[in-house]
Design a protein around this ligand. Structure first.
Ligand SMILES: Nc1ncnc2c1ncn2[C@@H]1O[C@H](COP(=O)(O)OP(=O)(O)OP(=O)(O)O)[C@@H](O)[C@H]1O
Ligand SMILES: [Mg+2]
Length: 244
C-alpha cells in the first residue's frame, strides 16, 4: 500500500539527510519510523505526502507514483505534521465545515460524522470556542479529526502524540489501532520508543537518515540480543550513529 524504494533526500547542496531508504507498509498495519531528533523522519513523511520531492528513489501509494499522481495521492492520504497551524480565530466547528467543503465532501451525513468524530475525542463541548483559547491537546485532536475528514485509506502522521498528556495520547493511539483494524495503512514517526513499542506492528529504526534495522519489537530484540526494546534501540543507535 505504501512502497518506499531507495529514497534519498538532499536539501540544497549539503549531504543527504535521507539515504537510500526502502520499506513497505501493508494494509491493516501500523509502521513506526523511530529515530532521534534530526534523523530524517519529517523529511521522509513530507516526501510521502508529496510536499517534498525525493532527490532519488520512488514512492508509491496505493499503486500510484507520488510524483505523477499527486492529486490522486491527496485523496488517498490523511497527513498530519507537527507544523500544522489551525486558524486561531476560527472554531473547531467552522474548521471542520471548511475542510469538508475543500474536499468537496457530500453534505449528507456530514453533521453526524462531525459529531461522531468530535464526541470520540471530547471536542464537542469546545466546538464553538475559538482555537486560540483551546489547549495544545485539544488543538492536536482537532488537527487529527480534520486530517482524516475525507476517510483516507492511508494515514501518514508525523509525531501524532507530540505535546499530549498520557490520557490524550492514549485516546489517539487507541484511535490509530481501530483505524488499522479497519484495514487502513498507517505510518507514523516518533522519537518515543515506548510509543513505537506499544503501538506499531513493525518499526524502522532511523539513524542519520538510514533505516538501520526494521521488524517487530520481538525481531529487533532478538536481532540485538537484548531483553528490552529500550536496550535494543540504544544498541542500534550507538552502533550506527556517527558523531559530528
Ligand atoms: N528545510 C531544510 N533545509 C535544510 N536542512 C533541513 C531542512 N529540514 C530539515 N533539514 C535537516 O535535515 C535533517 C533531518 O531533519 P528532519 O526534520 O527530517 O528530522 P526529524 O527526524 O524529523 O527530527 P525531529 O525529531 O527533530 O523532528 C536535519 O539534519 C535537519 O537539520
Ligand atoms: Mg520531525
Amino acid at each position: 500500500m505504501i512502497e518506499v524504494i531507495n529514497v534519498s533526500k538532499r536539501y540544497s547542496s549539503d549531504e543527504m539527510v535521507v539515504k537510500g531508504v526502502s520499506f513497505d507498509v501493508k494494509p491493516g498495519t501500523i509502521y513506526g519510523l523511530l529515530g532521534p531528533n534530526g534523523a530524517g523522519k519529517t523529511t521522509l513523511m513530507l516526501m510521502m505526502a508529496t510536499l517534498l520531492k525525493p532527490t532519488e528513489g520512488q514512492i508509491r501509494i496505493c499503486g500510484n507514483d507520488i510524483s505523477v499522481d499527486t492529486l490522486e495521492i491527496h485523496k488517498k492520504i490523511g497527513f498530519l505534521t507537527t507544523e500544522v497551524k489551525l486558524d486561531p480565530l476560527s472554531t473547531p466547528d467552522k474548521l471542520y465545515d471548511f475542510f469538508a467543503s475543500l474536499y468537496d465532501l457530500p453534505k449528507d451525513g456530514l453533521e453526524e460524522r462531525k459529531i461522531n468524530a468530535f464526541n470520540r475525542f471530547g471536542i464537542t463541548p469546545f466546538m464553538n470556542k475559538r482555537i486560540v483559547d483551546l489547549s495544545t491537546g485539544m488543538k492536536q485532536k482537532i488537527s487529527i479529526c480534520i486530517s482524516l475528514i475525507h476517510d483516507p485509506p492511508v494515514i501518514i502522521f508525523d509525531e501524532p502524540t507530540n505535546g499530549l498528556d498520557i490520557l490524550t495520547s492514549k485516546q489517539v493511539t487507541d484511535y490509530l489501532k481501530d483505524l488499522a483494524k479497519e484495514g487502513r495503512t498507517i505510518i507514523l514517526s516518533t522519537h518515543i520508543f515506548s510509543l513505537a513499542e506499544s503501538l506499531c506492528d513493525e518499526i524502522g529504526v532511523l539513524v542519520d537518515g538510514n533505516i538501520v534495522a526494521s521488524g517487530s519489537v520481538k525481531d529487533l530484540c532478538s536481532l540485538t540480543g537484548k531483553d528490552s526494546f529500550e536496550d535494543a534501540f540504544f544498541d542500534l543507535y550507538t552502533k550506527n550513529h556517527k558523531e559530528g
